[in-house]
Design a protein around this ligand. Structure first.
Ligand SMILES: [Zn+2]
Ligand SMILES: [Zn+2]
Length: 133
């Protein structure tokens, strides 16, 4: 079982299942919203995810028509991303997951807009946008 929480402890969640997708996104929205060189996400079945506390402390931001980003409105921790094209999946921010869960092979998306000030050589397939484009 996988668990996680936001920085201020209000939002806590549990994932009863496997992480079935593991990506690092280098798009400018993820970089800006996560305040980082890239954002790492664990794809899980929506039915495997449940809040233990703090669901009412969540706010959301639509970074595009298809992307809804959920974060703790108190501490600003990014919790997860919902994609309208994948209603059965959630992409949980790796940074709020506790410990070192079992992960599938990583891949990198939106390398075409990666931060120019950081070089990546840590392995994994790299795609300019999405893998299928
Ligand atoms: Zn918080
Ligand atoms: Zn992104």
């Amino acid at each position: 079982m996988i668990s996680g929480r936001c920085e201020c402890h209000r939002v806590r969640f549990q994932i009863d299942g496997e992480i079935n997708d593991y990506s690092h996104c280098h798009c400018s929205q993820c970089r800006r919203l996560h305040g980082a060189a890239f954002a790492s996400f664990a794809g899980v079945e929506r039915t495997a995810f449940r809040y233990l506390s703090g669901e009412s402390d969540i706010s959301s931001y639509a970074s595009s028509d298809s992307h809804q980003r959920l974060f703790c409105k108190h501490c600003g921790s990014n919790i997860l991303v919902e994609l309208s094209a994948e209603p059965d999946a959630l992409y949980v921010a790796m940074g709020v997951i506790e410990g070192n869960p079992k992960l599938p092979p990583a891949y990198h998306i939106f390398m075409g807009s990666k931060a120019p000030w950081y070089e990546f050589d840590n392995g994994g397939e790299q795609y300019d946008t999405f893998p299928d484009e």
